[in-house]
Design a protein around this ligand. Structure first.
Ligand code: NAX
Length: 326
């Protein structure tokens, strides 16, 4: 059994937090031999702090063998102190009539502060995974505040989009989800994202050939994956939570498993036509636990290039909207 690692989770009393913490504590994220200490952050107001106390009580009530401690706090310095992983789930939701630029700025303030504090107090090997929206740009903002931790330590989650795309391809082909491989998400976690179906395989064969319906791949498939979040809200009356928590488990588990190839939003180095300095969803290969390299060399046809240009433009525009804050 290894020494416990410290895992900070923000927005811990929110709906994703509630679906996430029990998975981390059970070993789903870091494996059955890795004890964890949870550092749970919520805004320092009475109600969320009370809710957080209740969540911690339920975690206690599970008697998880791998859970070696729980810290609940409203102080980011305490939450991120010596943390090995910082899972940034908490964010301000978009209110009625709120412009995207206002959402970006309000969340920008949160991620500037959290990025700075993580850089000051987290463990030397700290890794950061951002879920709170707009996730890609929030990761870019947090990374911009770091002097000690390099930009590769800051990732954002597009794994929910990858999982959604994998299931849609499997359903269309009448195949098991496990038969679908190499479907990766490029760009922003927003409806502009591009699941590059041309590289995917189903049962070892090119997915486009198995499905044999280019119009479906370019139309309903992309629409369903891109607008799935809104469809869940319309159906459930609340945004995706359990599937988002599950995707974060996958995101981190793949990042600590050498050899895994998976979709992560990381700092672009210009590959596939993305502007350097935006955080874009890309296929990465985990090299050593917590480290990765971008998988380059996938050929992009005109259609793919035009979709990547669209999602890249959105990321560049988001960066421009917060440029004065960085
Ligand atoms: P909730 O509103 O249920 O929970 C968010 C929690 O964060 C709240 O309890 C709030 O008090 C807390 N919080 C806000 N600011 C904070 C701060 N500065 N420090 C600590 N805690 C803070 O939202 P939930 O459904 O859990 O979603 C969380 C975030 O995930 C949202 O931004 C949401 O848009 C985003 N999502 C991202 C996804 C992705 O694939 N990247 C998918 C799911 C989800 O929509």
């Amino acid at each position: 059994m290894s020494a416990p690692i410290k895992v900070a989770v923000t927005g811990a009393a929110g709906q994703i937090g509630y679906a996430l913490l029990f998975r981390i504590a059970s070993g789903a994220m870091f494996g059955p031999n890795q004890p964890v200490i949870l550092h749970l952050l919520e805004v320092p107001a009475e109600k969320p702090q009370q809710a957080l106390t209740g969540v911690a009580m339920e975690l206690d009530d599970c008697a998880f063998p791998l859970l070696k401690g729980i810290v609940t706090t409203g102080d980011a310095r305490v939450a991120f102190g010596d943390a090995n992983w910082c899972l940034l789930v908490g964010a301000k939701p978009r209110g009625p009539g709120m412009e995207r630029a206002d959402l970006l700025k309000d969340n920008g303030r949160i991620f500037i502060e959290q990025g700075r504090i993580i850089d000051e107090v987290a463990a030397a090997d700290a890794r950061v995974a951002v879920v709170g929206n707009p996730a890609n740009t929030n990761a870019m903002i947090a990374a911009s505040q770091a002097k000690r931790l390099t930009p590769d330590r800051f990732t954002a989650m597009v794994r929910l989009d990858q999982n959604r795309a994998q299931t849609q391809l499997a359903k269309k082909a009448g195949a098991e989800t496990t038969a679908v491989k190499d479907i990766f998400i490029y760009g922003n976690h927003s409806p502009t994202m591009f699941p590059a179906y041309a590289h995917a395989t189903i049962g070892g064969q090119p997915a486009a050939g198995v499905i044999n319906d280019e119009a479906w791949l370019q139309g309903p498939f992309l629409d369903t994956v891109g607008k799935r979040g809104a469809a869940i809200i319309a159906a459930r009356g609340a945004s995706s939570a359990a599937s988002a928590a599950n995707a974060l488990v996958d995101h981190v588990r793949s990042l600590v498993t050498p050899g895994e190839v998976h979709s992560v939003a990381v700092k672009s180095e210009g590959h596939y036509g993305f502007d350097p300095n935006v955080w874009a969803g890309l296929p990465v290969r985990t090299t050593t636990p917590g480290s990765y390299e971008v998988v380059t060399g996938y050929a992009m046809d005109d259609f793919a290039q035009s979709r990547i240009a669209l999602t890249n433009k959105e990321l560049v525009d988001e960066r421009a909207m917060v440029a004065d804050m960085l």
